[in-house]
Design a binder for this molecule. Structure first.
Ligand SMILES: Cc1cc2nc3c(=O)[nH]c(=O)nc-3n(C[C@H](O)[C@H](O)[C@H](O)COP(=O)(O)O)c2cc1C
Length: 190
């Protein structure tokens, strides 16, 4: 059910790092993204995959995690993603990627959830570092990093009113809470 998948598809930031993700699985996920909508059907997105400790270590230092959790610096060794997909925009195909990468990213994450995995879109990237670490040619814009793994944290959604905080937080039990605006507050009565 799509609703079930969407609700389960949270931004997971702690994983069972020892549970590896095969190259075939990553290809399957990108195969989903390949069929997504694309502005003018230009399909300018390209992907780099990573699922070995050596490659993953070239990505993790370039990522920033959960800005609202001020006393948490991101996943510790042992709970880090076991794979990544870097989404690039090929500027020789288009200079404007519209929302292609958002659509692709969400599709990949939904596919991951269906496989019992989970992940997080990372837009806060040290792009210079990542470019250097993979010798990514200047023709490619680094758009998003998708961190993937077997989730090792509990996440709950809660509805909030317009005056309440939208900042996610972690409670004393380590449960991650994600506030979402109510339906009646996001559909305009115009
Ligand atoms: C475009 C985009 C960029 C994001 N970048 C980051 C990021 O750099 N680091 C991070 O920890 N989470 C990042 N997130 C995840 C959001 O923080 C997350 O979607 C939000 O807290 C709501 O949680 P949910 O995805 O479980 O609904 C990003 C999400 C989106 C859509």
């Amino acid at each position: 059910m799509i609703r079930e998948l969407v609700l389960k598809n949270r931004s997971y930031r702690r994983f069972k790092q020892e549970e590896s993700i095969s190259t075939e699985t990553l290809y399957d996920l990108i195969e989903l993204a390949r069929h997504c909508a694309s502005a003018a059907n230009l399909q300018p997105l390209k992907y780099i995959i990573s699922n070995t400790p050596e490659r993953n270590e070239r990505i993790f230092p370039a990522t920033s995690w959960a800005g609202y959790l001020e006393d948490w610096n991101g996943p510790e060794d042992g709970e880090r993603p076991s794979a990544y997909i870097i989404i690039l925009g090929d500027t020789t195909i288009s200079k404007n990627f519209f929302c292609d990468h958002g659509i692709a990213a969400q599709t990949i994450l939904l596919g991951a959830v269906e496989k019992g995995l989970g992940g997080c879109m990372i837009g806060s990237i040290d792009r210079d570092l990542l470019r250097r670490n993979f010798l990514i040619d200047e023709r490619y814009e680094i758009l998003l990093v998708l961190a993937l793994g077997k989730p090792a944290e509990k996440i709950v959604l809660e509805d909030v009113g317009p005056e309440e905080s939208i900042k996610y937080y972690r409670d004393a039990e380590g449960v991650h809470h994600v506030p979402k605006r109510r339906l009646k507050d996001i559909i305009l009565e115009i």
